[in-house]
Design a protein around this ligand. Structure first.
Ligand code: TXE
Length: 478
């Protein structure tokens, strides 16, 4: 099957004849081919977005929110297809693509439909004047998304971007195009005005880069790696494009002796290995208070080894395949490096897989102890099923270790003493911290990181402000 671009309300071929073969992570089998769109295709998509923006921007927030709900309805109707496509395309367990990817993609559209419909005009009274604030569209945007949560992250950007009156060109990861294609089919089927949402398939250099660099792009919302994020920022800088970057992470999990041990063990395993550790929010450096280190380590390894690695389409699978051979090799490199850096592997390695999966990208989850907190494995983003265990004795030393990475995205703290939990949370340099939970998401809160984890926040009103130009009008009383 060959996928097509979606430009101006039509599915169309790329102008060149270059393709990328999309392989299934679990089996290595070909799923489809995607076109490598060039700057000509990109410019055609941008032009259709530009032509559509004026009329779309002139609709009211309420009128546009009806369209968001229509997309949500169609995705809800197709939710099982989303789950299966996402599971096949990413290698993640179907239970996860149902409960997280499909469900959250639908709620992204519903959530933004609601808060955009309810968006009020803010006023600020002065003794002799009144101010009122309106949200105007920015214009035409580039939405660039990665392979770990394909539709979840694409919908997280498309919904507020078009809801606030912008038109967009999407560029999904070349590793996971399937549900982006499904979203275009849904948009086409509900009859969204042509040119509001466009999509070009391709890679970063030939497709993503010309998209971000175009003078006709007014804003860029990017989620992906830190290295790529800095390239995107550099090309967006000359004409001051609005920029939102959600980049990599190397998040700390802090386990105090006074935690609820069993709840903490399962929470920490989920945080470390959900989606095979391929979530920017995963907690991959685990700091355990000395008093419970041994019992925690033993329970953690038991729970990790009890996870079922296997067919992503099997309901009982807990861990699927990694996204690509190259990524598997990257994570295996870090597993070998851990030993060179003085670590001890408590579990992990090559799982034995049934014959139909021998060509897949498989790795048993790895737990390493004995590494220094400033070793490469403990400070560099690995983005796979590998966590490092560290002991701590006091809060000052803990905070120094926790804050010593170039990233600052998320983290979690496990303690029954919530005063301590809050105190420690506020001393950690990240964008988000969970206490006695992880990935517990209220879509109204700000989402994003500091340092090398990104620039800006999305989520709730932070998305509405990013995807609009806020304008103040001040009227003097007579
Ligand atoms: O991201 P990339 P990848 C981390 C993780 C992973 C690393 C690379 O460590 O190993 O990033 O992952 C497009 N101009 N995260 O390869 O390369 C590209 O085609 C414009 C964390 O997926 O950053 C894709 O659509 N676009 C992250 C998107 O950018 C460019 C989730 C992301 O690709 C481009 C995923 C360019 N010059 C990976 N180069 C998170 N924060 O969740 C590439 N692209």
């Amino acid at each position: 099957m060959d996928l097509k671009n979606y430009i101006g309300g039509n599915f169309s071929n790329q102008s060149g004849n270059e393709w990328i073969t999309n392989l299934e992570p679990a089996t290595g089998k070909t799923i489809c081919r995607i076109p490598i769109s060039n700057s000509e295709d990109v410019q055609r998509a941008i032009k259709s977005a530009k032509d559509a923006q004026k009329d779309w921007g002139n609709l009211s927030h309420a009128e546009r929110s009806i369209w968001l709900d229509k997309i949500a309805d169609k995705l809800e109707e197709w939710s099982e297809e989303i789950a299966e496509l996402e599971s096949r395309d990413t290698g993640k367990p179907i239970s996860l693509s149902r409960s997280v990817d499909a469900a959250r993609s639908i709620s992204n559209f519903r959530f933004f439909a609601k808060i955009i419909r309810e968006l009020d005009v803010e006023t600020f009274e002065m003794p002799d004047a009144m101010n009122y604030v309106i949200h105007k569209p920015v214009g035409v945007g580039a939405l660039i998304t990665p392979w770990n949560l394909p539709l979840y992250l694409l919908s997280w950007k498309v919904a507020p971007a078009i809801g606030m009156g912008n038109t967009v060109v999407c560029k999904p990861s070349e590793l996971t195009p399937m549900t982006a294609d499904l979203l275009m089919r849904a948009i086409n089927e509900i009859g969204l005005p042509e040119g509001v949402v466009n999509l070009v398939h391709g890679n970063g250099i030939e497709t993503g880069a010309p998209l971000v660099e175009s003078d006709d792009i007014d804003f860029v919302s990017f989620t992906g790696g830190t290295v790529t994020g800095s390239k995107v920022a550099a090309s967006a800088a000359p004409d001051f494009k609005k920029l939102s970057l959600e980049l990599g992470g190397k998040n700390s999990t802090i386990v105090f002796s006074d935690c609820d041990l069993d709840m903490t063990v399962s929470g920490v395993v989920r945080s470390g290995f959900l989606n095979q550790g391929q979530v920017c929010l995963c907690g991959s450096r685990i700091f355990v208070e000395e008093g419970i280190y041994d019992i925690f380590k033993q329970k953690l390894v038991e729970e990790v080894e009890s996870m079922k690695i296997g067919d992503p389409l099997d309901e009982n699978t807990n861990l699927g395949a990694l996204i690509s051979k190259e990524h598997l090799e990257k994570v295996q490199y870090y597993s070998d490096l851990a030993i060179k850096e003085g670590g001890v592997l408590l579990t992990g390695g090559d799982p034995c897989m049934p014959t139909e999966f021998l060509q897949g990208n498989w790795m048993a989850p790895v737990v390493v102890e004995g590494l220094s907190h400033d070793s490469r494995c403990s400070t560099e983003e690995i983005f796979g099923p590998l966590v490092t265990l560290h002991k701590f004795t006091n809060e000052d030393k803990l905070l120094k270790m926790v804050n010593n990475t170039r990233y600052g995205l998320a983290g979690s703290i496990w303690t029954e003493d919530l005063v301590k939990g809050r105190r420690i949370a506020e001393l950690i340099h990240t964008g988000m911290i969970w206490v006695n939970t992880w990935l517990h998401r209220d879509l109204r809160v700000p989402f994003g990181g500091v340092k090398d984890s990104g620039v800006g926040r999305e989520g709730g009103k932070w998305s509405l402000n990013f995807f609009s130009e806020v304008m103040n009008v001040c009227i003097k009383d007579k």
